[in-house]
Design a protein around this ligand. Sequence first.
Ligand code: ADP
Ligand code: ADP
Length: 232
Amino acid sequence: MIKFKNVYKKYKLDKSILTAVKDVNLEVNDGEIYGIIGYSGAGKSTLVRMLDGLEAPTSGSIEINGKDIAKLSSKALREQRKKVGMIFQHFNLLWSRTIQENVELPLEIAGVDKKKRKEKAAKLVDLVGLKGRENDYPSELSGGQKQRVGIARALANDPEILISDEATSALDPQTTDEILDLLLEINKKLNLTILLITHEMHAIRKVAEKVAVMQEGQVVETGDVYDIFQNP
Ligand code: ADP
Ligand code: ADP
């Protein structure tokens, strides 16, 4: 379970202080697909960076399975970060590496031996529907296929949480739906908690169960997607 408790993030600017995240309280249950929606500048990426342990909150706490991640030792934080997979709008693939090598990269960093890396990456490439494309390079793939590689790579260390940070924002509507369907399938198959950060209401409606609406650093509404996006 993920719990944000009274989380604030303030940045010191030259002559002022910018409150990027303001008193956020959220609870995400295991196995849930939880949407966070808001316009650009709402504070979504700041929340993600704090959840991934890249930045600490100015005040408040973020707990994953009962542990305050700001209080972890640097070694424990490194272990924790393996349990969080990320996918991005621009895929962040390494262009000089093959699909197989891109997916193997997190395993290589984690020190997994070559044979296990190969097996694991092959399984993941199959899971995301790219079997047979292992030796191709990212430049030979469509946008949707690139994101499939991103998803396979994000799953390499068997994460408990997958954060999708605008992962469909660069894709056309049909490809967006295919990627969302894949996320849904993975959520069910692996019982993976997915945090879907987006500015697209369609994505939330299609796959999320719960949603938080962010505006100017604050969560202004949370609840079941059905209740929140129901037209009166
Ligand atoms: P979103 O992801 O919803 O677009 P962000 O979390 O990126 O929103 O940004 C929220 C606010 O915090 C914005 O006003 C942004 O300019 C500001 N901000 C984000 N990161 C920093 C930073 N490192 N330093 C100063 N201001 C930042
Ligand atoms: P490597 O470390 O394997 O040599 P590259 O130098 O090819 O990786 O890429 C470094 C980074 O630059 C990667 O994160 C990749 O996403 C980005 N990048 C490289 N080429 C392109 C490109 N043509 N379009 C977009 N991003 C690219």
